[in-house]
Design a binder for this molecule. Structure first.
Ligand code: 6GU
Length: 224
């Protein structure tokens, strides 16, 4: 999978992609990520990318020309399955959306900034609008890192233990159960006996029960 990210502050994006999951995915040739500085497509000597909102109101709006120039340059090179716009008024990201996106070949992620982008960008270039939750970030860059992480770790072969994505929270609409590692006792705090028993069917049953209890307590909405 190839991911092209268009951002106003691409510097915010560098570091998360140089470690762990992304690093491994890139090294294995399973994913590649490219960053594009919208400013490079800006208008005139000042490389203008935003302007005042028609009709008045506070906040600048990202202009259509630089975004069209950047997206068109990318589309001239290859076909894209999706052009995703990250915005707090998008559809809230969930695991099924991440699963579906992990099967795509090439995607563009456009990060919003300021008061957002000219509506015509959304009407004519964008194919999906995604929010990462009900709170407001200063820009879409960090949201892009979150979205890309959620997608890339699901590409087959990226995780070393193939089963581990399957037992994630949300993958079966249940939160993950508690996990423990050595030592079996620390300051008198013991690991549940069942996990040390070696009885796999009983351990599986315990984990499922714990996952259910945790979900009921914290996220009853997932059970309905
Ligand atoms: Cl995608 N962008 C911004 N600016 N804020 C957000 C968001 C996105 N998702 C949640 N909050």
């Amino acid at each position: 999978m190839r991911i092209d990210i268009i951002a106003v502050v691409p510097e915010l994006l560098q570091s998360p992609f140089q470690h762990s999951i992304f690093k491994r995915a890139v090294e294995k040739g399973l994913a590649s990520v490219y960053f594009h500085d919208l400013r490079q497509y800006g208008l005139g000597n000042y490389k203008q990318i935003d302007d005042y909102s028609f009709g008045g109101g506070a906040g600048m709006v990202l202009m259509i020309e630089p975004i069209d120039a950047c997206i068109s340059a990318l589309k001239a090179e290859r076909n894209y399955d999706e052009v995703i716009y990250l915005t707090p008024d998008g559809h809230t990201l969930n695991q099924p959306m991440a699963n579906a996106l992990s099967l795509k070949e090439n995607i563009i992620i456009l990060c919003g900034h300021y008061k957002g982008v000219d509506q015509r960008v959304r009407d004519h270039f964008v194919t999906k609008e995604i929010s990462i939750g009900d709170y407001v970030l200063s820009g879409g860059e960090l949201a892009a890192a979150v979205l890309a992480d959620a997608i890339v770790r699901l590409i087959p072969g990226v995780l070393s233990d193939e089963t581990s994505a399957l037992t994630d929270s949300f993958q079966d609409n249940l939160l993950a159960p508690p996990v423990y590692t050595r030592p079996a006792e620390y300051k008198g705090w013991k690991v549940p006996d069942i996990l040390l028993s070696g009885n796999t069917p009983q351990i599986d049953a315990w984990r499922e029960e714990q996952a259910y209890k945790r979900t009921e307590e914290r996220r009853p909405d997932l059970l309905t």
